[in-house]
Design a protein around this ligand. Structure first.
Ligand code: KG4
Ligand code: ZN
Length: 339
């Protein structure tokens, strides 16, 4: 089964062609970072305009890499899928319209995919052995969620962030420190040069709840930075190291509390923050200690990409109780739903 997937929920225009869920024939990603960097965050209207400029080029390029063109499309593509939420309304609309147009022209079924499910299934792409049940830890610019995947399309939502998403906190802390956007990668790099014990930020553990809260630690960085000399590179490196350490410890603590409580044996990470070197290391170490299997996607599948959307679509299509409905519209606040 060959799927053409389109992802435009935020600031990456991406298209992929996959075969049977895991074989990636192409996964083209066009990033808008240079457009949004000067605003220290994604500007929705600029994002939709850039998607409009990019979407056809990206789709054509993904098809070309998969040795498909608009003449042999019908014989080679079985399904078209696209992200329909959550995300920015205008951005989602561009991908949906492109997918609907191709679905209409070539008379192919259209599958709408939840962006969060895409992140959840990104770990499946490279790991045949990852099968439900597992704990999914979604840490991205817009989400921080702990979800038990009982089966494909059967979820138990444990908790999410009460304020800033994990990646959002990285981006805001970077802004406070005068660093570039997106903040996650740059903080990760500078933290390697700092001392994680130099500044001890409180770990927002919220014991007794599965929720997260990252705005307190962001404010703690702000207050600390007002008194510290942030023109001194070592001071900034130490703040980055202390912040990264606190976030990583919080995530590991919460995730493995859930693993223990629900007797889970596998954990999968997803979302852009799972590119973080310390988070990857600490999850691997803790999983080894607890004899739990850990699945962390390669960085290209952690950040927004269409291959992960195709992976989720593959399981939806393969699930007999899921009914395909070509009538898809943008759902900016879409939550996780069972199929
Ligand atoms: O999943 P993603 O590409 O987009 C959303 O769905 O939000 O995640 C983007 C987020 C940004 O906040 C970015 O700063 C963060 O992922 N990020 C990182 C790292 N690389 C990307 N955060 C921490 N450490 C990193 N190495
Ligand atoms: Zn995402």
């Amino acid at each position: 089964m060959k799927i053409l997937a389109i992802e435009t929920s935020c600031d990456e225009t991406s298209a992929a062609v996959t075969e049977n869920g895991r074989k990636i024939l192409s996964n083209v990603i066009s990033s808008q970072i240079p457009i949004h960097a000067k605003f220290n965050g994604v500007v929705p209207e600029l994002a939709s305009r850039a998607h409009i400029r990019n979407v056809n080029v990206v789709i054509e390029s993904a098809l070309k890499q998969a040795k498909i063109n608009f003449n042999n499309f019908s014989d080679n593509i079985d399904y078209i899928c696209c992200t329909y939420g959550p995300g920015l309304a205008g951005s989602l609309l561009v991908g949906i319209m492109a997918a609907k147009t191709l679905s209409y022209i070539y008379n192919k079924p259209l599958v709408g995919v939840n962006h969060i499910e895409g992140h959840m299934f990104s770990a499946v792409i490279e790991n045949k052995s990852l099968k439900p049940p597992f704990l999914s830890v979604i840490i991205s610019g817009g989400h921080t969620e702990l979800v038990i995947v009982d089966d494909y399309g059967k979820y138990q939502f444990l908790g999410g962030t009460r304020d800033d998403a994990c990646g959002e906190a990285f981006d805001k802390v970077a802004k406070i420190l005068g660093l570039s956007y997106p903040g996650g990668p740059v903080i990760d790099k500078l933290a390697d040069l700092g001392n994680p014990k130099a500044v001890n930020f409180t770990r927002p553990l919220l014991k007794g709840s599965w929720d997260f809260s990252f705005s307190g630690i962001k404010t703690a960085v702000l207050n600390y930075s007002k008194k510290a000399d942030i023109n001194n590179k070592q001071v900034v490196n130490d703040i980055c190291a202390g912040f990264r350490q606190a976030v990583a410890e919080t995530l590991v603590y919460k995730a493995f509390e859930a693993v223990d409580k629900y007797s889970l044996t596998s954990v999968a990470l997803g979302g852009g923050v799972s590119c973080n070197s310390l988070i990857r290391k600490m999850f691997k170490e803790r999983a080894a200690k607890n004899k739990v299997k850990i699945f962390i996607p390669s960085p290209v599948f952690c950040t927004d990409n269409a291959a992960m959307i195709a992976a989720a679509a593959y399981y939806k299509i393969s699930n007999k109780s899921y009914k395909i409905n070509n009538q898809i519209s943008p759902k900016p606040s879409l939550g996780l739903e069972n199929w």
